[in-house]
Write a protein that binds this ligand. Structure first.
Ligand code: TMP
Length: 242
């Protein structure tokens, strides 16, 4: 194994340009202070992320994704992860709502794109452009690429989720450098890394159900799977409080 993260394992293959990523059911929140298991999450996230990465590639976004090879595994291009978490916010929620003292759900115009330093040890502190460059995390040109790619991902995902009865509130992206130095979208896009609210009811269909102990966690992940992977009609999740 090359690397074990909180939700995934990464394996080398015979081809040094290819890795296999395995999605686990393990869930953590608040920088791993809260830990648990979400049954079936690995299968859901692998499938949802595969569908979304394929769709984004069709819209001109370069990605690491090559192929979903089993329920829990996908084949990806080997990249060096840029240690910057790119957060895109269409509405205030989570740490943003808390930081600025605004209600969750407040529409943001313009949308907000934030950088955080990907470091569990430091608790993913915020970065501005100068800090990211001064710390050697990315070049100014790379930051421009990250911004443009993140905007394109948002413009592509917003209508895609809306057609499936989901409001994309915010999400986190990670990018990698290929051996040639090209920047590609990496990591995953799933209910672990997005806030997705049911358009009809406002019900949360993402990891906030786990973070905030809202119940019906597995059901929420399965509902996103139904809508995104199976193209099924939206339905409410049973037993959800909100
Ligand atoms: P936040 O409101 O906690 O800053 O999260 C913003 C979005 O980014 C939300 O959709 C969850 C996602 N996210 C991750 O995927 N991983 C992380 O480590 C953090 C902090 C946020």
């Amino acid at each position: 194994m090359r690397y074990e993260g909180k939700a995934k394992k990464v394996y080398a293959t015979d081809d040094e340009q290819r890795y296999v990523v395995e999605y686990k059911d393990d869930a953590t929140a608040y920088n791993a202070l809260k830990r648990g298991t979400i049954q079936g999450k690995g299968v859901v996230n692998n499938a949802v992320s595969s569908v979304l990465f394929e769709m984004l590639a069709e819209h001109g976004v370069p990605t690491h994704f090559l192929e979903r090879i089993s329920d829990r595994e996908q084949l990806v291009r080997a990249v060096e992860i840029i240690p910057i978490e790119v957060i895109v916010r269409n509405r205030a929620a989570g740490s943003f709502a808390k930081r600025y003292g605004v209600d969750e759900g407040l529409e943001l115009d313009p949308i907000v794109i934030e950088w955080c330093y990907k470091s569990d040890e430091l608790g993913d502190p915020p970065l501005n452009d100068a800090t990211a460059v001064a710390l050697g995390l990315a070049t100014p040109d790379e930051l421009e690429d990250l911004f443009e790619l993140a905007s394109t991902v948002n413009d592509t995902l917003l209508p895609y989720f809306e057609e499936r009865g989901l409001e994309l509130v915010d999400f986190k992206l990670e990018f990698g450098r290929t051996a040639d130095g090209d920047i590609v979208l990496a990591d995953e896009i799933s209910p672990d890394t997005c806030r997705l609210w049911d358009l009809a009811s406002g019900e949360r269909l993402d990891k906030d159900r786990f973070r905030r102990d809202l119940g019906s966690v597995e059901e929420a992940y399965q509902e996103v799977y139904r809508r995104v992977v199976e193209g099924a009609e939206p339905r409410p999740i049973a037993g959800a409080d909100a």
